[in-house]
Design a protein around this ligand. Structure first.
Ligand code: GLU
Length: 618
């Protein structure tokens, strides 16, 4: 008798063998190695109904009420969207340390009323990193946690430097003032939230770090419960330094040295991050990745919108654009929600488009400073003719069968020079959306990668308790530098390179007027792409408001099984998909979506019922 896992694996091997036989000379297929449910970046910790929030002139949405309130204070004081995002980020570093902070990286999309910029504060690999960084003594990819926990996985934290750059261009209030809410809370103390307590209770590795053990646990080694008032004087002091002297107070001097000591001095899994790596960090301002799209929402049928997101090193906007573009060539837009839920027919089309998009993602996407775009431009992957040809691979007939696993395409007719990257676990992140009273908007997704990052807490050693957590972003690189055929993987580790991301901060505009319609995004590892695409689709086609769109059950595919959010779809839908050849896995899919949309009266914001976020404004 085969176990469920073996049955699925056998099925996977059969499919893989058939596909290999069918295209013996074609591209390397993506190994079907995620037949098991993808591990979730952060565990699900329950769900609470959110009302959605209407405001008139400004709004801020973030994953924790204290952080949202810091943003609201800044906006109320006349601050800009970027000012608010900075204040929110610094409070998140304190109250949601499992997800993001000054030890991590972020992408920020900014609209100034006329044009959009993409600020890239992604971590970089140290100069001494090699493609073999995550291979063990036998040349095999390391186990995820073996790679993550320690100094090895830590990239140069880019979020603060990126925010300083964005502030220099778009800030209104003094930089130092934006740190005051976080410094005050870190000094006076904040109540540990239920989600932070739950994630702490479930976390096995954090207490191995002595600084983290002393901060997050009581004297008996028990994690602090929800409601416990926690003070972080070390973080308050580091934030005061950054407030006074800018990002150099993080990346150089005593804090920079404390970071490299922590990384290089890890007793069993050190990394090579050096003071030179930290000092050399530069954020990058990029052209956003934008594409046009036509809606079918009954309230605005045929409305043309322009959707802008983060270009590579994120794979987010390209994958979302591909999925939406392919669906356009299928009957998907004729399929409304039934009893408030996507139907099996629609889920079939969506997940097939997702498979095709994830096959291209694994093949092509990486840091543009190292990886050449197919045909010389990333928009080749969004070319309507190309997407139409890809969509033709989807069996859209009434009982059409699933392809189960897609192979990458060849946009711009380019021969494949890379091997596909096997999918691997991607995991703690947070999303912030802001609109200010001046017409600026921000969509910012920020991360230390896995929940609790590398589990390394930096403290300068001057006698203050607490500190900040370092990212494990380098594990977003491919652990295997080459494919089975020896070709390099685009997203392999290289010195100074930025790991491929799935983060998808997104701004949507009316194509004709150029007016902002929505700002949104989510955490969730590779599933971010699906969480964000769901929200966009629900607004643009099904006419849901931001809160209703976020509330919809989650679904997707990473080019393996069809994933449905556990407990949210009826048995008939699951069965209908199985009949069409889908391998269905019902799993927790704890998105952390936040979105703000324009309304006739002002704005309406939604926050994910699966996490602790709220929206505030005026
Ligand atoms: N590190 C991931 C990325 O940049 C995000 C992880 C998460 O959302 O939890 O794509």
């Amino acid at each position: 008798m085969l176990t469920r896992h073996q049955t699925l694996s056998t099925l996977a091997s059969l499919v893989a063998a058939a596909l290999l036989a069918a295209c013996a000379t074609g591209p390397t297929p993506v190994p079907l190695n995620y037949i098991a449910p993808p591990a979730q970046p952060e565990a699900a910790t329950g769900s609470s109904t959110k009302p959605g929030w209407a405001t008139r002139s400004y709004a801020v949405a973030a994953a924790n009420p204290l952080a949202t309130d810091a943003g609201r204070q800044v906006l109320a004081a006349g601050g800009s969207a970027v000012d608010a995002a900075i204040a929110v980020q610094m409070v998140l570093a304190l109250v949601e340390p499992q997800s993001s902070g000054i030890g991590g990286g972020a992408f920020l999309l900014h609209f100034d009323g006329k044009s959009t910029q993409a600020f890239d504060g992604r971590e970089t690999a140290p100069a001494a990193a090699t493609p073999a960084l995550f291979l063990d003594d036998k040349g095999q990819p390391m186990k995820f946690t073996d790679a993550v926990v320690g100094g090895r996985s830590v990239g140069v934290p880019g979020a603060v430097a990126m925010l300083a750059q964005a502030h220099a261009q778009h800030g209104k209030l003094p930089w130092a003032s934006l740190f005051q809410p976080a410094i005050a809370l870190a000094t006076q103390g904040f109540a540990v939230s239920p989600r932070m307590a739950a994630l702490l209770a479930a976390e096995p590795h954090l207490k191995k770090d002595p600084v983290a053990a002393a901060y997050f646990y009581d004297a008996a080694g028990k994690p602090w419960p929800a409601g416990h008032v926690l003070r972080n004087p070390e973080l308050a002091a580091v934030l005061q330094g950054i407030a006074d002297r800018g990002p150099s107070a993080l990346l150089q001097g005593e804090v920079g040295q404390a970071i490299t000591r922590k990384v290089q001095g890890h007793p069993s899994n050190p990394g090579s991050l050096s003071t030179q790596d930290l000092a050399a960090y530069r954020p990058v301002v990029r052209e956003p990745l934008c594409f046009d799209y036509r809606t079918t929402n009954a309230a605005a049928p045929g409305r043309e919108v322009r959707i802008c997101g983060m270009p590579p090193p994120s794979s987010g906007a390209i994958a979302i654009g591909q999925i939406l573009g392919m669906l356009d060539s299928t009957p998907a837009s004729n399929l409304p929600l039934a009893q408030g839920l996507p139907t099996a027919d629609w889920l079939h089309l969506y997940t097939e488009a997702a498979r095709l998009a994830f096959a291209d993602r694994a093949q092509y996407l990486g840091d543009p400073a190292f990886v050449q775009a197919p045909g010389g431009t990333w928009t080749s992957l969004l070319n309507p003719t190309y997407l139409h040809s890809r969509a033709a691979l989807i069996d859209s007939s009434p009982q059409g069968k699933s392809m189960q696993m897609a192979l990458p395409g060849q946009p711009a007719g380019t021969p494949l020079s890379y091997a596909s990257m096997p999918d691997q676990i991607e995991y703690g992140t947070s999303h912030i959306s802001v609109v200010d009273a001046y017409g600026n908007a921000v969509a910012m997704t920020t991360t230390i990668e896995d929940a609790w990052g590398s589990r390394q807490m930096v403290n300068r050693g001057v006698g203050l308790a607490g500190g900040f957590l370092l990212n494990n972003q380098l594990t977003d690189f491919s652990f295997s530098p080459t494919g089975t055929d020896g070709r390099p993987v685009a997203n392999r580790v290289e010195p100074g390179k930025r790991p491929r991301s799935s983060m998808s901060p997104t701004l949507v505009f009316d194509k004709t007027s150029g007016k902002l319609l929505m700002s949104g995004g989510s955490p969730g590892g590779a599933l971010i792409i699906h969480f964000t695409a769901k929200t966009l689709y629900a607004k643009l086609h099904w006419g849901l408001n931001a809160q209703q769109a976020i509330d919809l059950p989650n679904f997707g595919s990473l080019n393996g099984p069809t994933l449905l959010e556990a407990g949210r779809f009826d048995a008939a839908t699951v069965q209908a998909l199985k009949t069409r050849g889908h391998t269905v896995l019902e799993v927790p899919m704890p998105s952390g979506l936040q979105a703000i949309e324009r309304t006739a009266e002002g704005y309406f914001g939604g926050a994910d019922p699966r996490r602790e976020g709220i929206v505030l404004g005026d």
